[in-house]
Design a protein around this ligand. Structure first.
Ligand code: ADP
Length: 496
């Protein structure tokens, strides 16, 4: 049986660990996938942010070019239809007479031959600006005239990357994707492969207007919180399910072990009781046989002695049966109590005086109380049994030559506090939680001979709680055992 338990525990523990390992593996896989997706998203966001920032600078350059081209005080644009090419040829030159001119025509230019010159120049200017846009995008500055070229050169060199705008663009791109991690920008003239653990480095993007340089990249710090927040729900549910399963498993184990211990104790109890029941039965049988067979009846003195022995044994038997009956009170609902209002100080004094004379001789009972009359609703029979049990124990387990028991009665705030302090060995703190359990006996070789079934205190606890009171043993201080009972009571008048 014990082996089966062991295997069961090992299998369940193994299954729990296997489920935990599998779940961790799956969550880890999910985490890696989500990290990769996050990296891709961050790069897309950064590409868009840099493109927008660079596009803005390109636009500034284009409008500057437009301004220069349309400044008729400095630039002259003329148009002439070429029969050979079947389209207009535009000439651009600085108005400064010595400067050479540049001629240009556009394949897509379908403007008719006989348009007025002013219209032709308008169309030509628009086409030149349009072609300049694609030149700028390809990092080229076309020298239509020296003046325009020099100025565009200077202007484009002043258009360096605007980090503030780039930061804003990137932040809003990240926000759109629900990425909350903070970042910093890195600008460098070299391309470099960088890898730092715990951060995400974006690709380096060239953001110069005329040349590749400089390269801009972003570094995201603590991006994994974003990934974690995406797997958080799965993680929480997994941890919850595992905790729940593990808790159920351990509670189940605890119940199994308690049941096992209880059944072990029950077996001990049955063996013990059977053995004890046999002794008085055989003694009585022997006495009866003697009376019957060996003419003992003739001898009056012997007859009286045998009858006395039989009576004593039968009364022991009856006590044992009482004990077994007491054990049948399970969950407080096996027993019907008859409550009546009783004056307790008098009742306890009477119980002590009428307590078995022989037993009373073995102990000095000192009863102290701070009030004359206190009333409580009690069941006389069971309350008496309860007091007897506590007095019995203070004799049974006491190894002193002069055994003493002090019963103290204090009334405070409608409660009666009853303490039973003996001068015995006391109950070590490690056992105190168990002594009220059914069938529990303290494992102690020294008191091995003391008869008992582990039911007295169990019964006492049940009876006290049926009286709406509480019983506890006070922490061991090396001066014997102290039991404390608290009962609802009334000092002023008699109850119904
Ligand atoms: P039992 O029938 O064994 O006396 P109880 O329920 O009355 O069962 O007591 C449970 C255990 O508590 C006993 O086995 C004993 O070891 C311990 N115990 C009870 N009362 C005392 C006491 N007054 N002094 C020392 N130990 C005690």
């Amino acid at each position: 049986m014990a082996k089966t338990y062991k295997w069961l525990i090992v299998i369940i523990l193994f299954s729990l660990l296997a489920v935990a390992a599998l779940q961790s593996y799956l969550i880890y896989g999910d985490f890696i996938n989500k990290t990769e997706t996050l990296k891709k998203e961050v790069n897309t966001a950064f590409n868009k942010a840099t493109a927008a920032e660079k596009g803005m600078r390109n636009e500034m350059l284009t409008s500057y070019f437009r301004e220069l081209l349309t400044d008729t005080s400095k630039i002259e644009i003329t148009a002439k239809y070429s029969q050979k090419d079947q389209r207009n040829i535009y000439s651009i030159r600085d108005k400064d007479a010595e400067s050479p001119y540049t001629s240009i025509s556009f394949e897509k230019d379908k403007s008719p031959k006989d348009l007025p010159d002013s219209m032709k120049i308008k169309i030509g200017t628009a086409l030149i600006i349009e072609s300049q846009i694609s030149d700028v995008e390809n990092r080229r500055v076309y020298y239509y005239t020296k003046r325009i070229g020099d100025r565009i050169h200077r202007f484009s060199d002043s258009l360096t990357v605007d980090t503030l705008i780039l930061e804003n663009n990137f932040r809003s791109q990240l926000d759109k994707r629900d990425i909350t991690a903070g970042f910093s920008l890195k600008i460098s003239d070299e391309k470099s492969e960088e890898y730092s653990p715990g951060v995400i480095n974006t690709v380096q993007i060239p953001v110069g207007i005329r040349v590749e340089k400089p390269y801009v990249s972003a570094i995201l710090e603590n991006p994994f919180y974003d990934v974690l927040s995406k797997v958080r729900l799965t993680l929480i549910i997994t941890v919850l399910i595992l905790t729940l399963t593990a808790t159920c498993f351990f509670v189940m184990l605890k119940i199994i072990f308690r049941q096992k211990k209880l059944s072990q104790m029950r077996d001990d109890f049955i063996a013990n009781v059977t053995h004890e029941l046999q002794t008085p039965v055989s003694t009585v049988m022997a006495a009866l046989e003697s009376l019957e067979k060996f003419d003992v009846l003739e001898d009056r003195e012997k007859t009286i002695k045998y009858l006395a022995v039989s009576r004593q044994e039968v009364s022991r038997l009856s006590q044992m049966i009482d004990g077994v009956l007491q054990s049948s009170i399970e969950n407080n609902d096996g027993l019907q109590l008859k409550f009546e209002a009783r004056e307790l100080i008098g009742f306890i004094s009477e119980v002590i005086t009428t307590y078995d004379v022989k037993s009373r001789e073995q102990i000095l009972i000192d009863f102290q109380h701070d009030c004359k009359s206190v009333y409580a609703n009690i069941d006389r029979l069971h309350f008496r049994n309860l007091l007897h049990n506590l007095i019995d124990n203070s004799i049974k387990y006491n190894d002193k030559v002069e055994k003493q028991l002090r019963i103290n009665c204090v009334y405070i705030d409608n409660k009666l506090k009853l303490t039973f302090s003996d001068n015995g060995p006391g109950i070590r703190n490690q056992y105190q939680d168990h002594i009220f359990e059914k069938f529990y006996r303290i494992p102690n070789k020294d008191i091995h001979d003391v008869k008992g079934h582990g039911l007295g205190l169990y019964y006492a606890k049940n009876i006290v709680s049926l009286h709406n009171g509480s019983i506890r043993v006070k922490p061991d201080n090396g001066n014997g055992t102290v039991f404390e009972i608290i009962l609802p009571a009334d000092a002023s008048e008699k109850k119904k």
